[in-house]
Design a protein around this ligand. Structure first.
Ligand code: SF4
Length: 270
């Protein structure tokens, strides 16, 4: 029996109608559940039996999605070894010092050598390193236009925004709810730039995980029986410079960094 190597392999087999008959809100969320072993492909009534019968249940381990990232990272790393770093640096808003490309990732230096070797000032997990490589390879160099949109309004965001909400925005909200110094630390440690007047939020901060892919974080504190809320916004040009899967991975990777930051500083993540 076959097993899925990537989340997208599962997604490609679905009819993408988001009909919710499997109990999940979108086909992408269902694909993630199948890939991580929580559900089996046969739980989607739209997939013909002869197809679901070909696939064994994925082992129920959290590492399945992590391993997907590691595999994708190895493929991207091999491609990065063939890029012209000087030309790439000009296109993507980085610097080339004659030997290596130097990228500013939230105020920290990430250096990439022509061998694909990466030297960073921060610990980059595959969730973040994958998008960095992807940015090097695919960024078109479209300037940031200044129009902020939620992920679902990006050209390919419709299939990803619910999964993004579950793995990025909700966990990041939990960090903000329980770790009161989060936003002050983002300014201090990750060069976050506070901005005002965005959607009446109590806190609004712009981060630059990649020079041409800024992220606006808006947080609303709990108020008179209303729960807190947190949303991420992207420049409308974001998908020109980073594919939607890499945008999803970047948001998830940053969230995990914030969770670790909160835990290191005594925060409690519910
Ligand atoms: S995975 Fe299947 S059942 Fe679930 S929403 Fe998509 S098409 Fe509908």
């Amino acid at each position: 029996m076959a097993q899925f190597k990537t989340l997208l392999e599962v997604f490609k087999l679905l009819d993408k109608s988001n009909c919710m008959k499997c109990g999940e809100k979108t086909c992408m969320v269902f694909a993630a559940s199948v890939f991580s072993g929580k559900k089996h492909l046969c739980e989607c009534p739209q997939v013909p039996e002869e197809i679901s019968a070909v696939y064994a249940a994925q082992p129920k381990k959290k590492e399945a999605i992590y391993q997907d990232r590691v595999n994708q990272l190895a493929e991207l790393e091999a491609k990065v070894m063939n890029v012209d770093l000087k030309e790439t640096a000009t296109r993507i808003g980085a610097v080339y010092d004659g030997k290596k490309l130097i990228l500013d990732v939230m105020g920290k230096k990430v250096e990439i050598e022509s061998s694909g070797k990466v030297v960073t000032e921060i610990h980059c997990t595959p969730w973040v390193l994958g998008p960095i490589f992807s940015y090097l390879l695919h960024c078109k160099g479209t300037p940031v236009g200044g129009k902020w949109v939620p992920l679902r309004e990006l050209p390919s965001g419709k299939n990803w925004y619910r999964l993004f909400g579950q793995t990025c925005e909700k966990p990041m909200k939990r960090v903000a709810d329980t770790y009161s110094d989060l936003f002050a630390d983002l300014v201090k440690i990750f060069n976050g730039q506070p901005v005002e007047g965005h959607y009446q939020s109590d806190v609004a901060l712009v981060l630059h995980p990649l020079p041409l892919v800024p992220i606006l974080i808006c947080y609303w504190q709990p108020d008179e029986g209303l729960e807190s809320d947190l949303n991420l916004y992207f420049d409308a040009s974001a998908e020109d410079n980073l594919g939607i899967e890499a945008i999803y991975s970047l948001g998830t990777g940053i969230t995990r960094m914030f969770e670790k930051l909160a835990l290191r500083h005594g925060g409690v993540i519910a």
